[in-house]
Design a protein around this ligand. Sequence first.
Ligand code: ZN
Length: 264
Amino acid sequence: MEQVSADNFLIKAIDIHQLCEVIHSIMERYNVYLGVNVVVVVINCLDEQCTTVIDNIKHEMRRFYHSIIDNDTLIQIEKFYNMRLFGGIFLPKIKTYESLLPAAHHVPVKEDDKLMILNLSHIGYNGNTEEFGSFVRYGHDSSTPACGAIKSCYDQIVKGMKMPSDFDLRALSRYIKKTINIHNIKQKPLGHDLLEVTINSYRDQIPWIKQQLIKLAKTDEIDIIYIGGIEIDINKESDKDTHDKIVLMDKFIIQQNGDATDIS
Ligand SMILES: [Zn+2]
């Protein structure tokens, strides 16, 4: 896929409708049938906004299953395995393929079974101020941080404060510190520094996650499809507002023999 930088980040964004078209076309191409031969794993942040986006994705996916009328089938189709990680980051050397084994084991039909991973980090964007790192949530008068976890870790590092005491947050904080150093990220206005941190934090986990998925594909003899990127949380005017955007950054398939191929 084309490289995504802070400069062209918003230009690359697609809406949930378009994302679902991408997911659906990949599913058709690789014979993936929701509720049949696949378990979908969603790796995203603990933020309630990320839950809302996944709910909207599920809802949007229903249009590909218009013949379905009964609730039981719908429940089956929308049974996603959730992995909530601060920032939606599968931290190198902290998270391993073993945490995905339960999902891989629970594909209903074992013939031609697949694991589909949707991995989204996230960042807020306030269109009124053109600032990254926060947005106005529904029912709020002012903007609040997103991703709160990444932003709080980043702010603490910039201010030279001590690491968070929570084990998972501390691990994220260490990782972000490394990301800042490797990419020489400097403070910038309008949250562009946080955007650089988010893009690079997402991107730097890819070689690790790919390596772990290769292990999982071989161990469990399962094909794995990975779709990943960054969700942009947009100001909410109402609780029905679904204008959040996604910047897709990676799509690849790993076959049971461990061969990884980018999906064009
Ligand atoms: Zn978050």
